[in-house]
Ligand binder design. Structure first.
Ligand code: PMP
Length: 365
């Protein structure tokens, strides 16, 4: 038995144990409809009946969990969430057109950089001046009248700031990078034209990007794209335009089944709120030994970011934490500090154990 590790990594992140066990059981011989296929899922063609079923099941899994309406396509792409930073403007923003960008952290910044290569990508809100601690209220955003879409990041993974509401585009199509909070809480998909997420936090392994796109928006996509950058081609081919990440899609399917089995989004949202509350309470009660990065009303349920009195203590904290089996707590290299990522698969005991360690550490140091 390996040592107990509590994995606080921001991504690739902790996977549900049950999913890993199931994948282990089926590693050498996939089971399908109660039969042993005799080969690993990694060894079969993506055109087989078995894989077609897995692909559909994974798509339906996401559709069921998020209540995705029928007029939306669910696609499994590659190139990470980062390729979406480019693919979205390449498809929906021509050189003389405008798109609005709401920037609440480092990932939103990166999305804006790529969009500027295509057209007039306008930053309509940025919280950079306060160090990305806040998210705007709906009423604080002034959309451009002619915007082709508005892009925002529902959870900024590095800074740990999260929107607590589904943005209303007021006639403008809403595009959302939900990489680090998708499947963590209820959202109203019907308010969005496109939602995308790298899988490696709450959906599965790295190497897959989930794109949920409304048919009406799909129709507006550029018809001149290279095939591999063409949303319509992927939609027409049920994501099987070329060889997809078959292993990843298989794991997405297992993760969806796992989540459904534990009570779906309603249940996981309660658990996530509880986990985050335990950690934020410990921060708030520490008399400013620990200080949370995000403003209270923008605190992420998934990435809890905080500081210690100085960088030296932060370093000591991370080193001692690693010795005790708490992995991945060091904040992103661009901002420092501590970041505890507590995605869906992260157990509450791990959060409680971390709080015990934090209390002890603050007394001793
Ligand atoms: N957006 C957000 C919010 C992220 O957290 C990340 C990765 N951590 C990305 C985009 C980039 O994802 P990828 O590495 O899959 O390109």
């Amino acid at each position: 038995m390996s040592k107990q590790i509590y994995n606080f990594s921001a991504g690739p992140a902790i996977m549900p144990k049950e999913v890993l066990k199931k994948a282990q059981e089926e590693m050498l011989s996939l089971q399908y409809l109660g039969k042993n296929i005799g080969m690993s899922v990694m060894e079969i063609s993506h055109r087989t009946e078995v894989f077609t079923a897995i692909n559909e099941s994974a798509q339906n899994g996401i559709r069921d969990l998020l209540n995705v309406p029928q007029n939306y396509q669910i696609l499994f792409l590659q190139g990470g969430a980062s390729l979406q930073f480019s693919m979205i403007p390449m498809n929906f923003l021509a050189q003389n057109e405008t798109a609005d960008y709401i920037v609440t952290g480092a990932w939103g910044e990166k999305a804006l950089v790529e969009a500027k290569r295509c057209g007039n990508a306008k930053e309509v809100y940025s919280s950079i001046k306060n160090g990305y601690k806040t998210v705007p209220q709906q009423t604080e955003i002034n959309f451009s009248k002619d915007a082709k879409y508005v892009h925002y990041t529902s959870n900024e993974t590095i800074e740990g700031v999260e929107f607590k509401y589904d943005l209303e585009g007021e006639e403008i199509p809403v595009v959302c990078d939900a990489s680090s909070n998708i499947l963590s809480k209820k959202i109203d998909v019907s308010k969005y034209s496109l939602i995308y997420a790298g899988a490696q936090k709450n959906i599965g392994p790295s190497g897959i990007t989930v794109v949920i796109i409304r048919d009406e928006f799909l129709e507006k996509a550029s018809k001149k794209q290279h095939s591999m950058l063409d949303y319509n081609k992927f939609a027409e081919n049920k994501s099987l335009l070329n060889t997809p990440n078959t292993w990843g899609i298989y794991l997405v399917d297992l993760v969806c089944k796992w989540l459904k089995n534990i009570g779906g989004i309603t249940e996981i949202e309660k658990i996530n709120q509880k986990k985050a509350a335990v950690l934020y309470n410990a921060i708030d009660k520490s008399r400013e030994y620990f200080t949370g990065h995000a403003d209270i009303d923008a605190r992420s349920l998934m990435n809890v970011t905080f500081r210690l009195p100085n960088a030296e203590l932060e370093n000591k904290f991370c080193n001692e934490a690693t010795d005790r089996g708490f992995d991945g707590l060091r904040g992103h290299r661009s901002v420092g500090g501590i970041r505890a990522s507590i995605y869906n698969a992260f157990p509450i005991e791990g959060v409680e154990k971390l709080v015990e360690f934090m209390t002890k550490f603050s007394k001793e140091n």
